[in-house]
Design a protein around this ligand. Structure first.
Ligand code: GGG
Length: 352
């Protein structure tokens, strides 16, 4: 297969982890005979510094040229410390999703047998946890009208029926290929937007009689995820709740550095780790590249290249089993591997 891939490293640890992702793509392409063409583009704080825009038109054009975008992370504390900053790195990520029409963010949460001890949760509770969160990605508070002055600020959580319908259908499509169970997560006891979600979901669920649908307030879902994560199969929820719940999901896997994601919809799909740019770790060769590498597995799987995805997943499992791990998931007394060394180990495994 010929694939054109846009590579967007972004900020912080982004350039280090994406290099490992690209090396894995190259190794897979070599092994399976695919031809990959890359174009690299700027975004986030790096792009603000260079051209004053976190998602410049040139970057958008490269994304449109590509069959897939491999993205790392954006974010820079310089902007966090300036609450009045007119432009923020995260706006680049939101602009990319909006302009490419990527309304569905698929975030799988799974456990790795050998990392169970790394979770703050009890092994027997989490050991078979395996669910996906379908996060609505182009609506809600992140995109609603905003206002801020020194005395007052607001964000608007707005959803339309078509926006809710299409993301619910994505969730059901996943559920029928999995365990036929959808949990709609909302805050319908308080929020009007959630009541619209629930109303639309009650209609859509009738179209999928083979799928069990249940409804859960987000506060309850966040507790249930900790005390009984095996309850879940497919969670579908709005933008903000999905962002927060999936970070919580990293406690089940054992590290934020393990969760990949795929964002799909109308335009070029984007594959990126769930985690952010971890600026404090930038350049130190300590960031876990596995979320980025697993995002590469999702990229190949998206194009129907199952064996390629499977080999990457096998390589990741083997690296963890062999204790080839970055500091945050290493066993006590174990040798730390760097970002680069974990990536190289996985490439060697693929080349074998
Ligand atoms: N790779 C994900 C990333 O860069 N996250 C930083 C961020 O701005 N997250 C907000 C979001 O995903 O909506």
């Amino acid at each position: 297969m010929n694939l054109k891939i846009a590579v967007l490293p972004g900020d912080g640890i982004g350039p280090e982890i994406i290099k490992q992702g690209v090396d894995v793509i190259d190794a897979i392409a070599e092994k399976f005979g695919h031809k990959i063409e890359y174009q690299e583009a700027i975004c986030g704080a790096h792009a603000i510094d260079l051209v004053g825009d976190p998602f410049p038109d040139d970057t958008f054009n490269i994304c449109k040229w590509a069959d897939a975008v491999l993205f790392a992370a954006v974010g820079d504390p310089r902007f966090d410390n300036d609450p009045r900053a007119k432009v923020r790195p995260e706006q680049g990520l939101l602009a990319m999703r909006k302009k490419l029409g990527l309304f569905a963010n698929v975030r799988p949460v799974q456990t790795f047998e050998c990392l169970l001890h790394k979770s703050p949760l009890k092994d027997e509770i989490i050991k078979n946890a395996d669910f996906i969160c379908i996060r609505e990605l182009t609506g809600g508070m992140y995109f609603g009208e905003k206002y801020q002055d020194d005395e007052k600020a607001y964000d608007t959580n707005s959803y339309t029926r078509p926006e809710v319908e299409r993301i619910l259908r994505v969730a059901y499509q996943y559920a029928i290929k999995r365990k036929h169970h959808v949990t709609v997560v909302d805050k319908a006891n308080v929020l009007a937007s959630s009541r619209l979600w629930r109303q639309v979901a009650k209609e859509i669920e009738k179209e999928y009689p083979d799928v069990i649908t249940d409804y859960m307030f987000v506060d309850n879902a966040s507790m249930r995820m900790i005390v009984e994560p095996t309850f879940f199969d497919v969670i579908v929820t709005e933008n903000t709740f999905g962002d927060i719940l999936t970070d919580e999901g990293s406690c089940i896997s054992g590290s934020m550095g393990l969760l990949p994601s795929a964002s799909t919809g109308e335009g070029t799909p984007v594959f990126e780790p769930v985690h952010g740019s971890w600026p404090q770790a930038a350049g130190k060769n300590i960031a876990n590249p596995l979320a980025q590498i697993l995002s590469v597995a999702m990229l190949f799987e998206y194009f129907g290249l199952k064996d390629e995805g499977l080999l990457i997943r096998k390589a990741v499992d083997a690296s963890l089993d062999a204790n080839v791990r970055t500091p945050e998931i290493q066993v006590e007394g174990g040798e730390f591997y760097g970002t680069r060394e974990v990536g190289e180990w996985i490439v060697d495994y693929i080349n074998k």
